[in-house]
Write a protein that binds this ligand. Structure first.
Ligand code: NDP
Length: 288
């Protein structure tokens, strides 16, 4: 039987609607959440992501402060801008769109973002809190993956979750979140000897590699929940995930489409973190 589709677009729309009413309430108390968006250069994919983020801010009432900078910007100028944004009380969250051009020191720039404004959740403070199970900003894409499981009542407790990919922005935090939800977690990567065998053991299979259709249908356990985070453009210009969707769908119990799965969730969780940052800045009690 074909899998039930996990509709990331719908889950994200529900989250945005809830945030919008929270933001209206915050505004009535004089708190207006603000997100600074920093883009360097002309990378078309980055420009597209930034404009979707700004559009979503507008839709739900978050003020976006746009900083579109030429590739001639120096490391020092960018650090100075981050310092200004750190000190600007109208800015609750700072997003630096990655990747930055190679000549810039990305790590130094990302680490300069004040921990209380690190709404991407990529910095050492946010990641440390995740490891320590303390409240903090959770990286948006893995957080979105967990929210999709929640929305379909897929409880990781006691299940075997396999995360393919171990990046700092997706794979590692996602594995920690699944662990937090009491799954038994395996992290697979490019040196995992028998990926097919590993994936076949997964009740929950999450894939964040960046290789089109690398997870074939015969790597999916019957009835598994499959969360495909990959975004790949085929030579024909089509966007596909890391999972070969059609055959995988015939074996999985649940599956996310690409596009329309993890992508919209990432932006929704960025908005969620920005609202969280605004509440924390106002000294409000927050639930994370
Ligand atoms: P990275 O390139 O940072 O990490 C890729 C991971 O995949 C690495 O851990 C790598 O292993 C592993 N890998 C590579 N080849 C294989 C292989 N043959 N078998 C098993 N593992 C392999 O990518 P990201 O985590 O940043 O992104 C992954 C994908 O998710 C991309 O397609 C990206 O576009 C997408 N993405 C989507 C987002 C969204 O909003 N939906 C947001 C962020 C990312 P090793 O560590 O050993 O090299």
């Amino acid at each position: 039987m074909a899998a039930q589709l996990i509709d990331g677009k719908k889950v994200a729309a529900d989250i945005r609607a809830k945030l919008k009413s929270e933001i209206d309430e915050l505004k009535s108390k004089g708190i207006s959440p603000g997100l600074a968006v920093v883009l360097v250069g002309e990378n078309p994919a980055s420009k597209k992501y930034v404009s979707s983020k700004e559009k979503t801010c507008d839709e739900i009432g978050i003020k976006s402060f746009s900083h579109k900078l030429p590739e001639s910007i120096t490391q020092k100028e960018l650090i100075d801008l981050i310092d200004d944004l750190n000190n600007d009380e109208n800015v609750h969250g700072i997003l630096v769109q990655l990747p930055l051009p190679k000549y810039l020191n990305e790590k130094e720039i990302m680490n300069r973002i004040a921990p209380e404004k690190d709404v991407d959740g990529f910095g050492p403070d946010a990641l440390g809190k995740l490891v320590l199970d303390e409240p903090g900003f959770v990286a948006c894409t893995p957080h979105g993956a967990i929210k999709m499981l929640d929305a379909y009542n897929i409880d990781p407790k006691g299940k075997h979750a396999v995360v393919v990919g171990r990046s700092v922005i997706v794979g590692k935090p996602l594995a920690l979140l699944l662990l937090r939800k009491h799954a038994t977690v395996t992290i697979a990567h490019s040196r995992t000897p028998d990926l097919k065998e590993t994936c076949l053991g997964a009740d929950i299979l999450c894939v964040a590699v960046g290789k089109a259709k690398m997870i074939t249908g015969d790597m999916v356990k019957e009835g598994a929940a499959v969360i495909d985070i990959g975004i790949n453009v085929t030579p024909e210009g089509k966007i596909v995930g890391d999972v070969d969707f059609e055959p995988a769908k015939e074996r999985a119990g649940y599956i996310t489409p690409v596009p329309g799965g993890a992508g919209p969730m990432t932006i929704a969780m960025l908005m969620y973190n920005t609202v969280l940052a605004a509440k924390m800045a106002a000294g409000m009690k927050v639930e994370v």
